[in-house]
Design a protein around this ligand. Structure first.
Ligand SMILES: Nc1ncnc2c1ncn2[C@@H]1O[C@H](COP(=O)(O)OP(=O)(O)O)[C@@H](O)[C@H]1O
Ligand SMILES: [Mg+2]
Length: 268
């Protein structure tokens, strides 16, 4: 594992923002929940945040009661000129002060043939139009392994892998780790694996505790983040279009996601 947890100095040091990609090819493991809480938590800390939904299911917006739009599709398919940038901006929605969302839509499912560039750096390049506007760009991804996921990983300064402690979850984490290792060795990826984020965790369940111990053995202590417990407040928050920071700021889930936000704020 070794160097995967560290990131290199970026060639392009002028960039003002840090890109954080939330990924795991498994669905229902808390990716979108993590993306939303990270984005909101960073905005509450005074940062300017853009959340880009790269999942055709458009759940990131739906969870905040924002309807699907073709924003992410246009980000990926339009050119870099000012007209295109203005058009993409018009697709953004301010979720909360300091937190903008570029929503997804069904169209994203067919985006790959429409990408104007074959380069693994294309998503990073098309995001560069937002230089100076944001401190953090959070990328929420779909539970598949397609080219878009790879572009999202390559664009990342940091990758976070949410994982529910269920049988075989280590296999899907292992696949992300292999992809990242390949990107680092062969494609000059300069980011790092921020960590595996155990979600929906119950310490009383022996299988959960064992799964966590297994992650630590396989991936190393330093790469296993403090878990997010199973929380009714998190499961019900999409119904209210609010994050737990709003609905239940003293709930354990709010504290746990705040700790993740603080760790991200401190990361170098
Ligand atoms: N820690 C948690 N405790 C309880 N429910 C959760 C937790 N994290 C996510 N959920 C719920 O589980 C479901 C799947 O989570 P989601 O974030 O959409 O996963 P993904 O984006 O990986 O498919 C959602 O209904 C969400 O509200
Ligand atoms: Mg999701």
């Amino acid at each position: 594992m070794g160097s995967l947890g560290r990131r290199m100095m970026r060639d392009d040091k002028s960039l003002t923002y840090t890109i954080i990609t939330i990924t795991n090819q498994k669905g229902g493991v808390g990716k979108t929940t993590t993306a939303i809480h990270l984005a909101h938590g960073l905005a509450l800390a005074g940062k300017r945040v853009l959340l880009v939904d790269l999942d055709a299911q458009a759940q990131a917006g739906i969870a905040m009661h924002i309807p699907p739009r073709d924003g992410a599709f246009f980000l990926l398919t339009m050119g870099l000129d000012r007209g295109a940038t203005a058009y993409i901006h018009a697709q953004m929605k301010e979720v909360r002060p300091g937190w903008q969302l570029l929503p997804a839509s069904k169209r994203l499912a067919g985006v790959e043939p429409a990408l104007p560039s074959p380069a693994v750096s294309w998503l990073a390049e098309t995001l560069r139009r937002f230089e100076g506007e944001f401190d953090y760009i959070v990328l929420d991804t779909a539970p598949t392994v397609n080219r878009l996921q790879v572009l999202a990983m390559w664009a990342a300064d940091w990758v976070i892998v949410p994982a529910a402690p269920e049988p075989l979850s280590a296999n899907s984490i292992q696949k992300v780790v292999q992809t990242l290792t390949g990107l680092k060795k062969q494609r000059h990826w300069q980011g790092g694996l921020f960590g595996i984020l155990p979600t929906m965790y119950r310490e009383r369940v022996r299988e959960h505790a064992e799964t966590l111990a297994d992650y630590r053995r396989r991936f190393g202590e330093a790469l296993v983040l403090p878990p997010i417990h199973l929380a009714a407040r998190l499961a019900e928050s999409p119904a209210y279009g609010q994050t737990v920071f709003e609905r239940s700021p003293t709930d354990r889930a709010a504290h746990e996601y705040r700790a993740l936000v603080n760790a991200v704020l401190k990361a170098r």
